[in-house]
Design a binder for this molecule. Structure first.
Ligand SMILES: Nc1ncnc2c1ncn2[C@@H]1O[C@H](COP(=O)(O)OP(=O)(O)OP(=O)(O)O)[C@@H](O)[C@H]1O
Ligand SMILES: [Mg+2]
Length: 866
C-alpha cells in the first residue's frame, strides 16, 4: 500500500484526537474536510464533494469552505447538533520549514458557542451538566457566551421530576453526562438522551470526579469562596460545576473563560412551573405558531438591551416564591410608574446599549475585533448616564442597581484614546490605532506616507527625464513597486531600468532606487501592522481583565431595563399593583387576560375571581363552547404568575396568596413522536399534577377526560375533582372547566366546590356571548348552536338536533359522589370493613331460608378473597 502524504498523516493524527467533531482543517485560505467529515458536511451544507490526492490509490473525499465565511457554515453544522473542531496553521507558512504545524485552537459545540452569529440575542444558550452523588443530583447551567452560571442541588425525594423540570426550564442546547448516570437513574438517562431536545455529550467519569473539580475550583475561584457560596466539597453540585468548567477549558483550549460568578439557587426560591405550564399559558411563545407574538412575553417585553431581553424571559419563566423578593420588584416598578420623565430618559439611555456580556466574552477569548472594543466603549459611555438617572431613586432594588453600575471610565477612555473610529474588521492589517497614540506607529506611518509621496515624485521626475508620457509607478504584491511603460515608448527606456515583465501593451521595470524605497515602505508597513496588533491586543487584554466589573454592570443594566419595561407596560395597559401575601386566597376584581385584550377587536369583558383555602377551593366552570372558559382560566393563572414576577397586573385590584406552583392541563396535544396517544398524554399530565401539586398550588384543569368516551371521561373528571378538592389529599385551588354538566351536582355534595358559568343570552336558535362569569351551573352546552355559527351546513345541524333529541329522550345517567375512602386504610382492611357493614345492615328476620343461604354463600366467597 502506498504511503500517505505527510499532510494526510498530520490530518489523521489530529482527527484521531477529535473523533466526535467535524474537523475544519486549515489549508491556505480554506478550511478543508476529508473522508467521512467531508461526506457529512457536503450533505449538511450543500457543498460539492471532490477528492484530494492523499498518496494512496483512491483519492480522499474532500470539501471545503473559504476561511473568511466559515462562521455561517459552522453555525449551520452546530444548529444540526454537530461539533466542529477548528484546526489552524500555527506557524507562518512563508517561513515554516517543511510541513506547516497545525493545531486545534477551539472546538465549537452547541453549548459552547460564543459567536453572535450563532446565537439568538434574546435568549441564553445554556450548557448543562447533571451529576448524581450520594443520591443527590447536582445541576449546573452555564452560558459560555455571557458567563451566566447557575448551580443547584436536588435532594433524593422527587429527584427525577425536579431534575426534569429544571432541565426543561433552562432548555440547554447541550448536556454533559457520564455513563454512571445511566446506572443511577435510567429514567433520567432516557429523558436526557431521548426527550430533551439537545446535544448530549458523554464525558468520562473522571470529569465529574470531585477531587478534580476541587483543583479546578481552587484555581478558578479559590476553595473558600465556593464554600461560602454553599457548594459542598465533594458534593453533587461540585461535580456538575467542575464538569462544565473542565469542558469549557477543553473545548476552548484555554483557561480563559467568562464564568466569574456562580448563582447557587434552590428551587424553593421560585414558583414551580413545568414545561407544560410554560407552554399552555403561552408565556414566551404561542402554542400553535411558536411565535413570540401573541405570548405574554410579547406584551411585557419593552426592553431595549440584549441583556434585558434575556432577563425578562427568565423572570417570566421563573416567577418568585418569596413575598419579600416580589415586593422589592414591585416597589421598583411602582417608583418607575410614578415618574414618566425618568422612564423616558431611561428608555433613551438604554437604547443602543450593546451586548456587552457577549462582547466581553469575545474579548476574554481574544476573538473580539477593534469594532467590538468600540462597541464596548460606546456602551460604557452610557453607564454613567444611566447611573446618574438613578441617583435619586428610593427603593432598595433601585438603590442596588444604582450601586451596581460601574461607570468604567478607565476602560472607555482607554479605548477612546487608542482605537480609531474607522478601524477595519481585520486586526492584522493596520488602521486600528489612532494617530498620536503611539510615537513609533506615527513614525512608521510617516515612513509609509513619505515613501508613497516619494513615489509620485519619482513618477514626475522620470516622466520628465525620459520624456515617456505614459510612464507610471505602480505596485503589486508579486513585484512590489515597478514602472510601467506602454509599447510605443519602449525605445525611450533608459539603461538603468531593469526589465521585469512583458505585457501585451507594455513592459514593467524596476530600478535600484525603487527597490530601496520599497524595502523602507514595506518594512515600515510590516512593523506598523505588527505593532498596531500588539497594542490592540494589549488593550483587549486590559479590557478583558475588567470582565467582572462589566458583568456586574451588565446585570444591573438588565434589571433596570426589565423593571422599566414592566413599569412602561403597566402604565400603558392600566395594570395595578397586586397585593402578594401569604393569606392563601386569590381575589381578583375585574381581571383581564393581558394578551387577549391586546389582540381582539371588541372590548374585553373583565371578570372577578375568588379562590381560597376554605369554601372556594374548586371552581367548576361550565358554559357553551366559545363562551370564554379557557380564556378566563388562563387569565387567572397569568395574573397570579405576573404578580409573582413583580409586574403589575391587568385587574382593578388583586390579592394573590403566594402560590408554590401553577399546574395546567389544557386541550389536547399529541406527543406521537414519543409514542404516546392524545389520551395518554392527557392522563400522564394529570398524573404528574396529582403527584406534585400541593395545597398552595393553583391548578388549571381544562376539560379533563375529553379525550375518551363520554362516560369514562366523566368518571375520570369527577374522580380527579374529588381528589384535588379533598383537603386531606390535596385541597389545591382549582379552576375546572368542563362540558359534563353532571359535575355541577358536586357543589351540593362537597364543601369547597362552587359552580360558575359564563353567561350567554339565547334568543330562539341564536346565542350571544356575554363573557361574564356568574355563579351557578350552565343549563346547556349549546354545542349545536355554536357549530352553526362556525358555518357547518344546515343539513348537518338539523340532523345533529334530531340525534340530540333522541338521546335525551332515552334517559340521562346520573352519578353519585363516591364516598371518600380513608386513605390510611390498606385495601384488605377496606374490604373487611365492607363485609362488616354488609353484615350490619342485614335484616335477618325478613329473609327466606333460601335467600339466607345465598347471602351466606356470597359473604363466605367475599371473605375468602380478602
Ligand atoms: N372576557 C372576554 N372578553 C372578550 N372576549 C373574550 C373573553 N373571553 C373570551 N373571549 C373571546 O372568545 C374566544 C373563545 O374563548 P375560549 O376559547 O376561552 O372559549 P371556551 O369557553 O374555552 O370554548 P370551548 O368550550 O370551545 O373550549 C376567545 O378566543 C376570545 O376571542
Ligand atoms: Mg376551551
Amino acid at each position: 500500500m502506498a504511503e500517505l502524504s505527510p499532510m494526510m498523516k498530520q490530518y489523521l493524527n489530529i482527527k484521531e484526537q477529535n473523533k466526535d467533531s467535524i474537523l475544519f482543517f486549515r489549508v491556505g485560505d480554506f478550511y478543508e474536510m476529508f473522508f467521512d467529515d467531508a461526506k457529512t458536511a457536503s450533505e449538511e451544507l450543500d457543498l460539492t464533494l471532490t477528492g484530494k490526492d492523499c498518496g494512496q490509490e483512491e483519492r480522499a473525499p474532500m470539501c471545503g469552505v473559504p476561511y473568511h465565511s466559515c462562521e455561517a457554515y459552522i453555525a449551520r453544522l452546530i444548529e444540526k447538533g454537530h461539533k466542529v473542531a477548528i484546526c489552524e496553521q500555527v506557524e507562518n507558512p512563508a517561513t515554516a520549514k517543511g510541513l506547516v504545524k497545525r493545531d486545534i485552537i477551539r472546538v465549537i459545540t452547541p453549548g459552547t458557542v460564543i459567536e453572535d452569529s450563532m446565537l439568538e440575542e434574546s435568549r441564553n444558550n445554556y450548557l448543562a451538566a447533571v451529576a448524581i452523588v450520594s443520591g443527590n443530583a447536582g445541576l449546573c447551567f452555564t452560558d459560555a457566551s455571557t458567563g451566566d452560571c447557575h448551580v443547584t442541588l436536588i435532594p433524593p425525594d422527587g429527584l427525577e421530576a425536579a431534575v426534569k423540570d429544571e432541565l426543561m426550564r433552562f432548555s440547554p442546547s447541550e448536556v454533559l453526562v457520564c455513563g454512571e448516570l445511566r446506572s443511577n437513574s435510567q429514567e433520567l438517562w432516557d429523558f436526557i438522551t431521548k426527550k430533551l431536545d439537545c446535544a448530549v455529550t458523554e464525558r468520562p467519569a473522571a470529569s465529574f470526579d470531585t477531587r478534580r473539580t476541587e483543583r479546578i475550583y481552587s484555581e478558578h475561584f479559590g476553595v473558600s469562596e465556593l464554600e461560602n457560596l454553599g457548594i459542598e466539597r465533594g458534593g453533587a453540585m461540585a461535580a456538575a460545576f467542575g464538569a462544565v468548567i473542565e469542558y469549557l477549558y477543553d473545548t476552548g483550549k484555554s483557561r480563559n473563560i467568562s464564568v466569574n460568578q456562580i448563582d447557587v439557587y434552590s428551587s424553593e426560591q421560585y414558583m414551580r412551573l413545568d414545561m407544560t405550564a410554560i407552554r399552555n399559558l403561552e408565556l414566551t411563545e404561542t402554542m400553535r405558531t411558536k411565535s413570540k407574538k401573541g405570548s405574554l412575553l410579547w406584551v411585557l417585553d419593552k426592553t431595549k438591551t440584549p441583556m434585558g431581553k434575556r432577563l425578562i424571559r427568565s423572570w417570566i419563566e421563573k416567577p418568585l416564591h418569596s413575598i419579600t423578593a416580589v415586593n422589592a420588584r414591585q416597589n421598583a416598578v411602582e417608583e418607575l410608574c410614578s415618574d414618566a420623565v425618568l422612564r423616558g430618559e431611561l428608555a433613551e439611555a438604554l437604547t443602543g446599549v450593546r451586548d456587552v456580556e457577549r462582547i466581553m466574552t469575545k474579548a476574554v477569548y481574544a476573538t473580539a475585533g477593534a469594532r467590538d472594543l468600540l462597541g464596548i466603549a460606546a456602551t460604557a459611555h452610557k453607564f454613567p448616564v444611566i447611573k446618574k438617572l438613578l441617583e435619586n431613586s428610593k427603593c432598595r432594588l433601585l438603590r442596588e442597581i444604582y450601586e451596581g453600575i460601574d461607570p468604567l471610565y478607565d476602560i472607555s477612555s482607554l479605548i477612546d484614546a487608542a482605537i480609531s473610529e474607522k478601524a477595519p474588521i481585520t486586526v492584522r492589517e493596520g488602521g486600528i490605532i489612532k494617530d498620536g497614540y503611539n510615537e513609533e506607529i506615527d513614525l512608521l506611518r510617516g515612513h509609509m506616507k513619505n515613501g508613497n509621496d516619494f513615489l509620485s515624485e519619482i513618477e514626475a521626475r522620470e516622466k520628465e527625464r525620459t520624456g515617456i508620457k505614459s510612464l507610471h509607478v505602480k505596485y503589486n504584491k508579486v513585484f512590489g513597486y515597478y514602472i510601467e511603460v506602454s509599447n510605443s515608448f519602449l525605445d525611450k527606456v533608459p539603461e538603468d531600468y531593469i526589465r521585469k515583465q512583458t505585457l501585451t501593451n507594455g513592459e514593467r521595470f524596476i530600478t535600484e532606487e525603487l527597490k530601496g524605497i520599497e524595502q523602507r515602505v514595506l518594512t515600515a508597513k510590516d512593523r506598523a501592522f505588527q505593532l498596531e496588533y500588539e497594542i490592540f491586543d494589549g488593550i483587549r487584554k486590559q479590557t478583558a481583565a475588567e470582565l467582572k466589573r462589566f458583568q456586574q454592570t451588565a446585570a444591573a443594566i438588565a434589571k433596570i431595563d426589565v423593571l422599566r419595561s414592566f413599569a412602561e407596560v403597566s402604565v400603558n395597559n392600566r395594570y395595578t399593583r397586586p397585593l402578594v401575601n401569604d393569606g392563601g386566597a386569590l381575589k381578583i376584581i375585574n381581571g383581564r387576560h393581558p394578551v387577549v385584550e391586546q389582540v381582539i377587536s371588541t372590548p374585553f369583558v373583565s371578570n372577578d375571581t375568588l379562590l381560597d383555602m376554605q369554601e372556594n377551593r374548586c371552581t367548576v366552570i361550565t358554559g357553551p363552547n366559545m363562551a370564554g372558559k379557557s380564556t378566563y382560566m388562563r387569565q387567572v393563572a397569568i395574573i397570579s404568575l405576573m404578580a409573582q414576577t413583580g409586574c403589575f397586573v391587568p385587574a382593578q385590584s388583586a390579592e394573590i396568596g403566594l402560590l408554590d406552583a401553577i399546574f395546567t392541563r389544557v386541550g389536547a396535544s399529541d406527543d406521537l413522536a414519543a409514542g404516546q396517544s392524545t389520551f395518554m398524554v392527557e392522563m400522564s399530565e394529570v398524573a404528574d399534577i396529582l403527584k406534585n401539586a400541593t395545597r398552595r398550588s393553583l391548578l388549571i384543569l381544562d376539560e379533563i377526560g375529553r379525550g375518551t368516551s363520554t362516560f369514562d371521561g366523566m368518571s375520570i373528571a369527577r374522580a380527579v375533582l374529588e381528589f384535588v378538592n379533598d383537603k386531606k389529599r390535596l385541597g389545591a385551588k382549582t379552576l375546572f372547566a368542563t362540558h359534563y354538566h353532571e359535575l355541577t351536582e358536586m357543589e351540593n355534595e362537597l364543601s369547597g366546590v362552587k359552580n360558575y358559568n359564563i353567561a350567554v343570552k339565547k334568543r330562539g336558535d341564536d346565542i350571544t356571548f356575554l363573557r361574564r362569569i356568574v355563579r351557578g351551573g350552565a343549563d346547556d352546552s349549546y354545542g349545536i348552536e355554536v357549530a352553526k355559527l362556525s358555518g357547518i351546513p344546515e343539513e348537518v345541524i338539523k340532523r345533529a338536533k334530531q340525534v340530540l333529541k333522541k338521546t335525551e329522550e332515552e334517559g340521562i345517567v346520573t352519578y353519585k359522589t363516591a364516598p371518600a375512602p380513608d386513605m390510611q386504610l390498606p385495601i384488605e382492611m377496606q374490604q373487611a370493613e365492607e363485609l362488616l357493614s354488609e353484615l350490619k345492615t342485614l335484616d335477618v328476620n325478613t329473609l327466606t331460608p333460601i335467600e339466607a343461604m345465598q347471602i351466606l354463600f356470597d359473604l363466605a366467597n367475599k371473605a375468602k378473597s380478602v
